[in-house]
Design a protein around this ligand. Sequence first.
Ligand code: G3H
Length: 193
Amino acid sequence: PRYIWLSRHGESQYNLEGKIGGDADLSERGMQYARKLKDMVSKYVPNHEKFEVWTSTLRRTQQTAQFLPNPKKQWKALDELDAGSCDGLTYQEIAEQFPDDFAARDENKFEYRYRGGESYRDVVQRLEPIIMELENQENVLVITHQAVLRCIYAYFMNSPQEKSPWMSIPLHTLIRLEPRADGTIVTRIKANI
Ligand code: G3H
């Protein structure tokens, strides 16, 4: 069978502080996940030495991939949804500093585009070449970000793209997708750290 393996980066310093965006390093716990991911890959991924690991250009995904000996590819198109003016803020701060934007996003999370940034629809669009590459790949592990993974996941699950913002992609979980003619089979392996 053909599998696509997905993972969020390990917990970052920003995740701990509740901030969005940025280019933070992994937290202590995030580093533990990076180490554990290497073990999980050896244990659960058949022929793991043969496949590529794809990351974004941001530090937290590369740090998560650092213990894997696989060939790596960095894609700008895998960077997290750009929060524009809200980059580096907590949701509380966004609600205080940009109340209209906060409400507009709540109203339509798929279409809402951050000032100077992106919407989920924008992310779906810039992921098109990645999805095409994924459709051509045998086996690959993609280590990227929550919003990006929600869009990739919705695509393979055949969910309407408008539902992307609500896909559940927890931290510290390796997701295996097995795309088949009759639908995609999902297996989730938790790191328990
Ligand atoms: O900003 C990046 C987050 O990973 C996306 O979370 O779309 O639920 O705000 P959110």
